[in-house]
Ligand binder design. Sequence first.
Ligand code: SF4
Ligand code: SF4
Ligand code: SF4
Length: 380
Amino acid sequence: MGTIARIEVKDGNPVAAVQELCVQLLGDDEIAAVLVPRRLPGTNGTMPALITDPAELRDADPLAPSFRINGARMLARLTRGGTDGGLVAAFLRPCEVRAFVELCKLNQGSMENALIISADCPGAFSNADYPTFAGNGDAAEAETDFLRAEGRGNFNGVEIARACAVCDHPSSAEADLSIGIFGQSPDQGLLLLANTPRGEGFMTRLQLPEVVDDGGRSKALGELVAERSAARDRMFEETSAATSDMNGLSTFLAACVNCYNCRMACPVCYCKECVFLTDVFDHKPWQYISWARQRGSLKMPTDTVFFHITRLAHMSTACVGCGQCSNACPNGVPVMELFRTIAASTQRAFEYEAGRNLNEPPPLSVFREREFAEVTGGLE
Ligand code: SF4
Ligand code: SF4
Ligand code: SF4
């Protein structure tokens, strides 16, 4: 267990306390810029911003339950091949940290060039539901209530996104620094935990008062993970039953219009050129007519199920369950449910967990002798 310190919260405003932490980090000689979610006008939630001027941190809000984009790919772009004079201090949700770990394994980003800070995550609302959550009143007050409830319940009639309701990793031990919210009174104080030697170094320089672990955060975290793991298992059962054959899978994906938003939003869908945008799927008119004649009719657009099966084959071992695929879908296709359910099976088969450990190689990048002997018949 690393050092634990207390972040004082003044005037019942935890967001202001975290903004102050951002200002302190930006003042550190080792930090070149801060990547942090920042409030958009009105109740449109947050989007990440790369900030070098402390005055621009006034609307920073890494605690808002708004999750418009998985920031892992952005941090990968900012750290790949080295930064120009300093680290990027990045505030990422736990699922974003795990996606960044996966990208670093593929040399698309570099942990070396980042200081990662991750707050305990009670969840986030879908883009569609966030304005209802925020309402017309004081968003900061709504946010503090949300943090205090650790994401449980109903807020102005809406609940957190399903990906969050089934999230079994709502905190990050891979980040350099974790902001402890669970089991705390967020209107009074938060914790800051150092998980890595780099995190320890920054913690020392921040000169925050050290505290002794009273076990409150671990207990609250354990209870939340138990609730969400049970919900996750129910989701796996429902999704497996609904997609157990081709008819079921086609029905599950029936509303897909091949817009590929889910692919664009997925942080670990990494191919530079997607095969579905190549000539391979640029079918000729006579092919469509021929396929329609074979069956009497042809559902348009074509290749929707094939698209999802291909994407699953490419990246289900790297899926971190962030839910951005479902968040991005204009037609309400339950993409996250399908991908998480299949990912659980493929990751279990390879004894792998996406984003768990930077030193754990992606399953398909290593060859293990006699792997899957039950499938190959154990042939030498
Ligand atoms: S999937 Fe988990 S870590 Fe990601 S936003 Fe939801 S609760 Fe947070
Ligand atoms: S498939 Fe969906 S849930 Fe999985 S990592 Fe991609 S966007 Fe996140
Ligand atoms: S599942 Fe949704 S987001 Fe993905 S391609 Fe189909 S319609 Fe677009």
